[in-house]
Structure formats: C-alpha cells, structure tokens
Design a protein around this ligand. Structure first.
Ligand code: 5CA
Ligand code: ZN
Length: 412
C-alpha cells in the first residue's frame, strides 16, 4: 500500500543516546543493547473507519519520536505498519453508512495519510494492508493447523489453541491473570461464548465465508477472511522480521491483541515475537477514552480544516508523556499554540551557540530516558526565555534543526 511523503530531517551534529524504553512485558526498562545498530519496529496501524482522532495521532507521534531518537543515535531502523482494511468494525461501519466497505477504507486511509503528513510523521518503510496479505495469512493459518496449534469448528472457522506450548509462554506479554484476560477478551473484539471452542480465550484465525461478507480463497481453509491478530503476526514477520526490537501500539492493544500476535508468531516460527512492547496511554475526551463507539472524537483533519496549525497539535501531543493517559481539552490546545508561538518568536532572535549546544544535550538526555518529550519541551521553554542580543544565527539554526530532527516540530 502507498504510504505518505516523508518529512525532511535535518542532520544535527553529534549523536544522541539510544533510548531506554519502558516495556510492558518486562514491566520496566527494555533490555536494549548499548550498541544497538539495527532495530526492527512494528506499530499496529489503523482500522480505517474513524481516522484520525487525537488518540491515534498521539500513538503515531509517540513512535515517530522513538524513530527519530533511534535515528539520531545512529540506529538503522526497519519499520512496518499495517492497515486492518477488512475486519468487523469496518464492515459494520460501512453497513451503517450504507457505503461499500472498500470505499470507506480507502477514504479513511487517504485521510490518515494526509493527517500523518500534516503532523510530520515519518512513514513506515512498509505500509501493508490485511487485504493484500490474505495469501500470506492463509499460508500461516494452514501451517498452524498442521502444527496442531489451531483447530477448525464445524462451520469452518479456524481458531488458535492458546494451550499450545510455546516459549516464551502464552501470557508473558501482558502478564495478566486469567480472569483479567477473560474480561478484556470479551471487551476487545474476542468471542468467549462461541460454542465449540476448546478455551474461551482461543482467538479466531480464519472466519469462514458468510453471506453478505467479503471473502477470499483460503485453499484448504475454504473461502473466508483473516482474523485480526494473525494479520499483524504475518505482516510483522514478512516486513520487519522477528524478533522485533519494539512492537508498539496503544495500551488498549496489550491484551488480547499483542498477546495473541506474539503467540501466533512464536507458534509459527519458534522465535520470540518482540524483545520489547511499547504501549501508548489512552487519550480521552469528555471523561471517556476517545473512540467512535463513544462518539467523542476530535479529528486531526477537522482541527486542521478549522485553521489549526498542525505543529500546535504536535506540540499538544508531545506535551504528555507517551505512557500517560490524558484528557483532551480545547484549553490544552490553546496552551500548545502559545508555547509554539514563543519558540517561533525565539527562533527569530539569536542564540548563544554554547547555550544552543546545552539545550540540544538536554533534549537528547531527556529523550534517551524513556522518550521524555514533555521534558524536552520544557528545555525549549528555557531556551526561548534565554534567547537575546549577543546570540548568533548559527546558535538558533542548531536549535531549529534539532527540534525538527528530534521532535518533528518545524519552527520555521
Ligand atoms: N487496527 C488495529 C491495530 S492492528 C487498531 O487498533 N486500529 S485502531 O484504529 O483502533 O487504532 C489505531 C492505533 O491507535 C492503535 O495502535 C491503537 O492502540 C491506538 N489508539 C486507538 N484509540 C486510542 C486512544 N484513544 N488513545 C491513544 N491511542 C489510541
Ligand atoms: Zn495490530
């Protein structure tokens, strides 16, 4: 699938630190090799039916900062992202709107691309849809059946057996208790009640053809369509490779999605799925998580259409640590706008080159420490307060380039 145009990234003198990131599975800092030279990043992409709200944007901007921090540290990154361009919520939404599901997906992916471009998010190297991966999914599900890691119900639906012995074992990604897993599975797209399943937690791998639903040739599986978790396991395998250095997404994906992706991947290949799992906190609005079902969406495209500067939106997103949950308010966006204006005003003044170097060092230090973007923005506030006569254009140039390269905020 076509992605979007990459923003220019200026080169900045010196090197940043390889960032330590908090890993959900370790419940602490991920074990990142000090000499990490190459990284494989997979970030769960959108289901194209309600793009792009500020929660989505917060997630992709957070991984964009990881990518930028890695690049600044000289790490070579292979980055893949999927698009869940066929799944229940998309089909249901298309039905409700009375439009073709393919048209809905296409228009929402277009919107997402333009939003990512406005927010200066670096595109993945591989941007891959579920639909274009059906053959690979069929192959993977067939192999899981052959390995007895999956079974077929009478109606032709294929399920993964969570009891399959794998190393690391099922449950080591989320480290939840079984009762917590059962609760989340039911809440987040799982079907614990389906009769005939061996374990209520067993997730769907292949949904056999139903009247009125799209389907593809599944070979031995019969016609049908892919389950959600196997889609990401297959795309991550083919386009980034195992073990991923970081598997990422919002915290709503910890269970079941990332647990199941890891289980499928390991059952298929014998390899560990990811060395680290990075999860972004949930953005909410008016007291609840931002989501289509709650009807409380603040869309990036709407804000931009109303004349909002995308760099103010980016500043707003970066002023919250990626792991925190937070509530959007219009006041927060106004604050971000004011801060951005102060930095831009400062960029018109000269900066003492030594002070510029010190600001760059501080920003690199803060981003190296679990991607502390809010602290890096505080460094910019300090810089903006201290620019004045006696400074040079070179000093300012260094800051402007650094803010662009590291934080993706264009102060020009
Ligand atoms: N297609 C799947 C992933 S394979 C999916 O979850 N799509 S999504 O459109 O629902 O979400 C896209 C990304 O945004 C996911 O990483 C998800 O975790 C994240 N996300 C969704 N809602 C929020 C929110 N309110 N705050 C922060 N991140 C969110
Ligand atoms: Zn995913």
């Amino acid at each position: 699938m076509k992605s979007w145009s990459a923003p220019q990234i200026p080169t900045v003198s010196g090197r940043g630190k390889r960032p330590t990131v908090f890993c959900t599975s370790h419940r602490g800092p991920a074990e990142t090799p000090r000499k990490l030279k190459e990284a494989r990043l997979y970030v769960c992409g959108i289901t194209p039916y309600d793009a792009t709200h500020l929660g989505h944007a917060a997630t992709y901007v957070a991984f964009d900062v990881l990518l930028r921090t890695w690049k600044d540290a000289g790490v070579d990154v292979t980055y893949a992202q999927n698009i869940t361009d066929v799944d229940d919520p998309l089909l249901e939404r298309a039905d409700a709107l009375g439009v073709d599901w393919r048209e809905l997906a296409e228009s929402q992916i277009d919107l997402f691309r333009s939003d990512m471009q406005h927010l200066r998010v670096i595109p993945p190297d591989a941007y891959i849809g579920a639909v274009e991966s059906v053959d690979r999914v069929v192959d993977a599900v067939t192999r899981l059946l052959d390995k007895r890691a999956a079974y077929t119900l009478e109606n032709g639906d294929v399920y993964y057996r969570v009891a399959t012995r794998i190393e690391p074992p099922f449950g080591s990604t989320s480290r939840l208790e079984r009762h917590e897993m059962l609760e989340l599975f039911a809440e987040r797209g799982g079907d614990p009640e389906t009769p005939g399943k061996e374990d209520p937690l067993d997730p769907l791998l292949w949904r056999s053809e139903r009247p009125g639903e799209p389907s593809w040739d599944g070979g031995r599986l019969g016609p049908g369509r892919p389950g959600w978790h196997i889609e990401c396991a297959v795309i991550a395998h083919d386009h980034a490779g195992f073990p991923l250095t970081v598997q990422g997404g919002g915290s709503d994906l910890v269970f079941p999605h990332h647990e199941m992706c890891a289980a499928h991947a390991t059952a298929l290949t014998g390899e560990k799925f990811a060395k680290a799992y990075m999860h972004v906190g949930m953005v909410g609005y008016e007291g609840e998580k931002m989501s289509k079902s709650k009807g409380n969406l603040v869309l990036v495209s709407k804000l931009v259409e109303q004349g909002e500067d995308p760099m103010a939106i980016r500043t707003l997103l970066l002023s919250h640590h990626y792991r925190s949950d937070w509530m959007y308010t219009d006041g927060l966006l106004a604050e971000a706008r004011t801060r951005l204006a102060a930095w831009r005003a400062a960029a018109r003044n000269g900066t003492d080159p030594e002070a510029a170097e010190a600001t760059l060092r501080d920003m690199r230090e803060n981003l190296g420490d679990d991607l502390d973007a809010p602290a890096a923005l505080d460094d910019l506030d300090e810089w903006a307060d201290s620019t004045n006569e006696g400074g040079t254009a070179e000093g300012t140039q260094l800051i402007v380039d650094a803010v662009d390269a590291l934080l993706g905020i264009d102060l020009r």
